[in-house]
Ligand binder design. Sequence first.
Ligand SMILES: Cc1cc2nc3c(=O)[nH]c(=O)nc-3n(C[C@H](O)[C@H](O)[C@H](O)COP(=O)(O)OP(=O)(O)OC[C@H]3O[C@@H](n4cnc5c(N)ncnc54)[C@H](O)[C@@H]3O)c2cc1C
Ligand code: SF4
Length: 524
Amino acid sequence: MSNGRYNPEIPEYPAPDPTVILPAAPADGWEATRGGRTLTADVVVVGTGPGGSAAARAMAEAGLKVVLLEEGPSTSRFKPNQGQTARYHMQEGGGMVAKGATIFPIAAGRGVGGGSLINSALSFRTPKAVLAEWESLLQDEGWGPAAMGAALDEVERIVGVCITPDRVAGANNRLIARGVQALGLEGGLAPRSTPGCAGCGICNYGCPSNGKASSNVTFLPRAIAAGALIQADVKVHAVLVEGGRAVGVVGESFHPDTGAPVGSVTVRAPKVLLAAGAIGTPRLLWHSGLGPTLGPATGEGLHIHPGSAVIGIADEDILLWRGATQGAWFHHPDWPGVLPHTFTAPPEVCLATLGHVGPRLAEGLALLPRLCGLIVLVSDKGEGRVRATADGRADISYRFAEEDFRRCKGGMRASAEVLLAGGARQLTAPVHGIGVHDSLESFAAALETRTPNDFTMYSAHPMSTCRMGLSAATSVIGPSGEAHGLPGLFIADASIFPSSIGVNPQLTTMAAATVIGRRIAARG
Ligand SMILES: Cc1cc2nc3c(=O)[nH]c(=O)nc-3n(C[C@H](O)[C@H](O)[C@H](O)COP(=O)(O)OP(=O)(O)OC[C@H]3O[C@@H](n4cnc5c(N)ncnc54)[C@H](O)[C@@H]3O)c2cc1C
Ligand code: SF4
């Protein structure tokens, strides 16, 4: 079995080392903002996800005074249910959708640690071909495979990337790994930043056993140790501009349970770094009226890694909600840019995904223990855009490209093959009218007849909405991270990717933000 190296040049992964997980970073909550709060810093960072955290750590360790502002709560409100997670730890209460001919729910995390609090921690490095393209586009070796490779090495060590151990993998991941091995494909148990994983399968609600190396227990404690301060429960709504430069931000603090406003928060700093995520950063820019200042590319070029799922039915109990969340993957040579990995979901989500509700509930409950599954992620050619509504919510649209739909179906067919080779006996999918099939041929034939609107689609990987580039006509920031249209304003989150990367984005976000943090620090 492969050791999970999507890029063959990567060295072997080390054994899991739970000591990389530090005590959670302390953050001030709403109580500190009663009557308003004004702070000064060298750099104010908006957002504490992988991007904001990694940049803050790099800048604080280089001696800059850093203040981070975060909309989500100061401590984890973890409970193992979707309602609680959506309320406290998902942006816009988990209700963001990209509209177009097909509707895509878009998930993004919220809280001290951002998306890393609720993500599955799959940790793939940026493919070398993508970095070579960035180097050429940006005419800057710092964004090429060698320099970014070093940054990826560094962040991999900080978050303790290791291959999911077999002892915590669970039956679903093992079935997939078996299928991958039987077919001789690249893949197997997956690299994840979960060095203390106990295999409970609920990463998407948070980690109850402190086994996941999310940003609140890796980058942020390092930033705090170097003098940074985190103020949570604050939603930033404007960037302060004076004399043609960004000089700080203004936000409103609120009670995390009632939503009641508490006070105004201002941070004045000669450098402002936005890291509110690929939806949150353009949403803030457009809502604060800076969209036109930053140029025509602001909020444009959204990529989302669209995807759907394939569900197998095995003879024996799988209990796909148990075992390391999304702990297996594979790559099929016929489908470059398509990255299938484990479908992990709690029982109620499995039933809803397959439409086993109402009169079909009893049928679904009977099948539930024996379900196994893969989701398919497509490196997309389709693009969308992000704007803000008058009340500051995201207004997202997306055009699903015909080619991406074709590759999604191809990845689903390959996934079906893997599930059968691993031990599944029947196949279905969250696709309207597809039915249940006993053979790959019949499943693939049914898949071919379906149109995009038949598919239940999903995305948790928004990217590329404030791209890095050389021209203000097609990008928002330059290779230094600074905005073309506003000196003093920097961006370091998944919005800066010049293209869709084709792998889960957290490692790339951490590495890119580290590079930008260091470039800011080098300017003093
Ligand atoms: C359910 C789920 C599963 C995922 N699984 C994986 C995976 O297995 N592997 C992987 O690599 N990636 C995964 N991802 C994607 C990954 O988590 C994101 O790509 C990553 O978190 C992006 O980091 P970021 O810093 O750009 O933004 P985010 O993580 O979105 O952080 C942005 C932060 O800014 C805050 N914010 C937003 N607006 C404001 C404002 N106006 N004022 C103050 N604060 C604000 C938000 O609350 C949030 O905390 C997953 C994502 C989700 C949601
Ligand atoms: S599977 Fe469970 S124990 Fe493992 S990292 Fe995820 S939430 Fe933590």
